[in-house]
Design a protein around this ligand. Structure first.
Ligand code: 4AD
Ligand code: MG
Length: 476
């Protein structure tokens, strides 16, 4: 039987014979192997009797090699660990040539590690991040399923542009060199695989609405795709989104849910990922130290997480936010790249960060945005110019959630679609939801990687997803 290192380290197998497999992190004094098997951040010290071993065997115990050891788990004599294995037999499962193995026991840059995305998870940092990511994903499912939501699988290939932003990746089997043409000389998608133009989905929301209007409360948790050419530390071309959709919820109930949801999943990792978070907290502090004073965060990572779980988010209307921004110092001193002049301006991340980090100093829910800057499906307010939209803004991240109450009135929705050039014949089924048994309903989308970024304190979103896809980058 192979026992995970995590189990051995809690002492339950003391003085017993154990078998452990893992990858060598370091080997020092021809005697002490630090072995890691991924089950935990901690390494298991394995002590070999070098006099009993062949020289040629010893040479093969190098950083990165996969080995299996068998021996007795004893209390450790040395400092730094409570238990260790006195090795009786050792087997090299797979060598790692020290001349060419890229992950050596030293500090590597994040840029270098991105080029080694298949191996970077063998470092402490990426191991910790990916274990926290896994725990967060579990917490998401637990949160919703324990509250009467059904997990709904939205299609990945779709004919509709849910956000109307036109940032989609086309899915086609047509020959790019010689596509079939119609009479007008345009590409004839009738001859394509699905008989129409299709794309990778930007959001499962529209389909989730159909399911919410029968199952009551549903959520999606799957990959979404955006062909926006954004080379930022917060954008991916392929990212995972969680989209709950609830029949009979208005915007207030939607905001309550979103806030509670984020707080709960963060509480979950605070409780279940203590070791990894303690490591990431220290790493975060080191990173902050290397920044100029003015850019340093006053709070540590764990402080930031507790700060989010321990107090309500600030709720502010778009109109209030514009007033704050218009009268803000950076606006008056022309420090914003996009100055805020009039009501109706779209908020850029510099504005969102000012509100969250400088003005309020806590997570903020902005709601009731101008209809003009939001998607077609959002519920129009009685004032005729704002919609029941809400964005949740987080320190260091900016927008983490985007959501709204949906327009449930057929005629209002049709008018809006016509004005924005969203074709009725493409979304006839979506309009059907307003024709048959329509009701107030709401939902939101949370970018999973932005949540993981916040939870782990990683500066770049590319470092919280195993194999990031960004413009000019899909190597792995
Ligand atoms: O605000 P967005 O575009 O909203 C929607 O897609 C709605 N259909 C959601 C809904 O109401 N069901 O995206 C939602 C969230 C954003 O707040 C952000 O966290 C994340 O998805 N997101 C991205 N994350 C990483 N890379 C990108 N390119 C992202 N674009 C959006
Ligand atoms: Mg948004």
């Amino acid at each position: 039987m192979i026992t995970p290192i995590q189990t051995l380290l809690n002492g339950s197998y003391l003085l017993q014979e154990v078998t452990v497999s893992g990858w060598v992190r370091t080997f020092r004094s021809n005697r002490f192997i630090a072995l890691n098997d991924g089950s935990t951040l901690q390494n298991l010290q394995c002590v070999v009797d070098f006099e009993a071993m062949e020289e040629s065997e010893l040479k093969r115990i190098t950083t990165g090699a996969a080995i299996r050891v068998q021996g007795t788990l004893v209390e450790s004599q040395g400092r730094g660990q409570t238990v260790e294995v006195q090795v009786k037999t050792m087997e090299i499962l797979g060598d790692a040539d020290p001349e060419t193995y890229p992950i050596q026991p030293k500090k590597h840059s994040m840029e270098f590690l991105r080029e080694q995305a298949h191996l970077r998870v063998r470092t402490n940092t990426f191991g910790a991040v990916m274990r926290v990511r896994s725990a967060l994903a579990f917490a998401v499912h637990q949160y919703f399923t324990s509250r009467g939501f059904y997990y709904f699988h939205a299609p990945i290939i779709t004919g509709s542009d849910a956000e109307g932003a036109g940032e989609m990746f086309r899915v086609t089997t047509l020959d790019p060199k010689a596509p079939p043409l119609d009479d007008a000389g345009e590409v004839n998608f009738k001859e394509d695989f699905f008989g129409k133009e299709t794309n990778l989905t930007v959001s499962g929301q529209l389909e989730a609405e159909a399911y919410a209007m029968a199952l009551g409360k549903v959520y999606t948790f799957g990959p979404t795709f955006r062909a926006e050419n954004s080379n930022t530390s917060r954008h991916l071309a392929e990212f995972w989104m969680i989209e709950p959709e609830m029949a009979f919820y208005d915007l207030d109930a939607n905001m309550d849910l979103a806030e509670d949801f984020i707080q709960e999943v963060i509480r979950y990792i605070l409780e279940h990922c203590q070791e990894d978070l303690a490591f990431l907290d220290k790493r975060y502090a080191d990173e902050e130290k290397s920044k100029p004073q003015a850019e340093r965060s006053e709070m540590g990572l764990l402080d930031k997480l507790r700060f989010v779980t321990d107090q309500p988010f600030k709720r502010v209307t778009y109109t209030e936010a514009i007033d704050i921004l218009r009268n803000s110092k950076p606006n008056k001193k022309k420090k914003f790249q996009y100055p805020i002049e009039a009501w109706g301006a779209d908020l850029q991340s510099e504005h969102e960060r000012y509100l969250v980090e400088k003005h309020f100093g806590c997570p903020v829910i902005l709601f009731n945005y101008p209809a003009e800057i939001k998607a077609f499906y959002m519920r129009l307010n009685e004032d005729g110019k704002t919609v029941r939209a809400m964005d949740i803004l987080f320190p260091g991240i900016g927008e983490i959630v985007g959501g709204s109450q949906r327009e449930e009135r057929l005629e209002v929705l049709r008018e809006k679609m016509e004005r924005l050039g969203v074709e009725e014949k493409e979304l006839w089924w979506y309009l059907d939801l307003r024709r048959f048994g329509t009701a107030v309903h709401s939902g939101f989308g949370l970018g999973f990687e932005r949540l993981v970024q916040f939870a782990t304190g990683m500066g770049n979103i590319r470092d919280v997803i195993p194999f990031p896809r960004t413009p000019q980058n899909a190597e792995f």
